[in-house]
Design a protein around this ligand. Structure first.
Ligand SMILES: *Cc1c(COP(=O)(O)O)cnc(C)c1O
Length: 459
């Protein structure tokens, strides 16, 4: 009996998270025994270059010796105490040093918990019930956030999830991504009822679909105008696309002086409007709340909610919004997070950016060479190869769903056969790491021509 068959006898579908199943690409999932740097090793001892990165956390590559040592040392001191520790303070300080707008931080164990708590906090802060999310954005699997949730749900071809009550689903309003008019209409239709808009500031769970220029600033402005909170879910992008996440990347792009000198703004804009006071008044201001996960836990179960101190202080024990966790801020997880953030310096981000752009170029070339219709979309170092005939960029979930899943499945399996592990779904980003050196990159590049022919169906 194969390990997968054994697994299926005791674990539903043989997997503990549906994205690990090969549902949309066919075949049996590969069971991994160990990993090192950019490589995975399956239970038969086969080596793969990994482009899944544990779905995001492995920014430094797998089993970085310093991260492993930090976790081992923490384990020797005790696995969990149910009492506060210095490491939690240190990690919270490290998060705030990178994202100063996360003035206060609360650690939890999963991104799902972080987003669920951010929503509860927004409702507690505003006294309102409704939540707005965007179709194709994924914010974990809590009941209220599973509507049109992209990623795993999309891969399974499900509209949402059974087991979510109509009452709960009815409190989540789903709007097409990048659609300002649709969001304006929702705010007009539900005056003073919307607690928060939650967004992936650069969505990567419907495949990578970057925000239109100014879209995040628009979200900031419209939520502020209507007294709703804005939540940036950076569980995936946080500390991965930039040392300060997508928020840091977008802001650094704005702050970088343009190459061509432009006339000063005052000459163009006639204004007597007072400068916005609170952070929420300015379209370039930060969201009220962030959620983080994946990289911040360095491969261990750890995630966080961060944001405005006045909102965060509504959490128990200071405030009336209850939230708790037996293993929250666990010593092993915080040790991995601290070590990972300490190691993730500008060289790491530069290395991941470089390997990502080289690989995007190589994939493009290999697919063009053979004549496979496709579109590569990126957000920072994250990118997705959408198979299919697209005559314009994909800007929302409806367009992302027009991808050719069969071509992707053929490409995926050809890559896997050649020793490259891609995410087993066309709705995911490829995740690279600072450990992807020339040797690892070359192995991916060498696998591309054969996989491109397979995608065409001409293998
Ligand atoms: C992965 C992810 C989550 C959920 O995190 P888990 O740790 O899997 O619960 C939430 N939001 C985004 C954007 C994610 O990518």
């Amino acid at each position: 009996m194969s390990l997968y068959q054994r697994a299926c006898r005791v674990i539903p579908g043989g997997v503990d998270s549906p994205v690990r199943a090969f549902g949309s690409v066919g075949g049996d999932p590969v069971f991994i025994a160990r990993a090192s740097g950019p490589y995975l090793y399956d239970t038969d001892g086969r080596e793969y270059v990994d482009a899944v990165g544990s779905w995001g956390p492995a920014l430094l590559g797998h089993a970085h010796p310093e991260v492993v040592r930090a976790v081992q040392e923490a384990a020797a001191r005790g696995l969990s105490f149910g009492a506060p520790t210095e490491a939690e303070v240190e990690l919270a300080e490290a998060v705030r040093a990178r994202v100063p707008e996360a003035a206060k931080v609360r650690f939890v164990s999963t991104g799902t918990e972080a987003c669920m708590t951010a929503i509860r906090l927004a409702r507690g802060a505003t006294g309102r019930d409704l939540i707005v999310k965007f179709a194709g954005c994924y914010h974990g699997h809590s009941d209220g956030l599973l509507a049109a949730a992209g990623s795993g749900v999309a891969t399974q071809g499900l509209p949402g999830s059974a087991g979510v009550t109509a009452a709960t689903a009815g409190q989540t309003i789903v709007v097409p991504y990048n659609d300002e008019a649709a969001l304006e209409a929702v705010f007009d239709a539900y005056p003073d009822q919307i607690a928060a808009v939650i967004t992936e500031p650069a969505p990567a769970n419907m495949g990578v679909v970057p925000p239109a220029v100014g879209f995040n600033a628009f979200l900031r402005a419209i939520t502020a105008r209507h007294g709703a909170l804005l939540i940036f879910d950076e569980v995936l992008t946080g500390f991965r696309v930039h040392r300060s996440g997508w928020w840091g990347l977008e802001r650094s792009a704005v702050e970088t002086p343009p190459l061509v000198e432009t006339p000063p703004l005052v000459e163009l804009v006639e204004t007597t409007a007072p400068a916005p006071k609170a952070s929420t008044g300015s379209p370039n201001a930060a969201p009220d709340l962030f959620t983080f996960g994946k990289v911040v836990g360095g491969g261990m179960p750890l995630a966080a909610i961060g944001g405005r101190a006045d909102v965060m202080d509504l959490l128990a024990p200071l405030g009336p919004v209850y939230q708790a966790g037996t293993l929250s801020g666990n010593p092993l997880a915080t040790a991995a997070g601290i070590a990972t953030l300490r190691l993730a310096d500008i060289n790491v981000y530069a290395a991941v950016d470089a390997v990502s752009s080289d690989l995007q170029a190589a994939v493009n070339e290999a697919l063009f060479e053979v004549g496979v219709p496709h579109l590569v979309q990126s957000a920072g170092s994250l990118f997705t190869v959408f198979f299919g005939d697209f005559d314009r960029p994909i800007t929302d979930y409806a367009a992302a769903q027009r991808q050719d899943s069969a071509a992707f499945a053929r490409f995926f399996h050809a890559m896997l056969d050649a020793g490259v592990a891609l995410p087993p779904s066309g709705y995911e980003a490829w995740f690279l790491s600072a450990a992807h050196d020339d040797a690892a990159l070359n192995r991916i590049v060498e696998a591309l021509p054969g996989a491109a022919r397979a995608a065409l169906g001409a293998a």
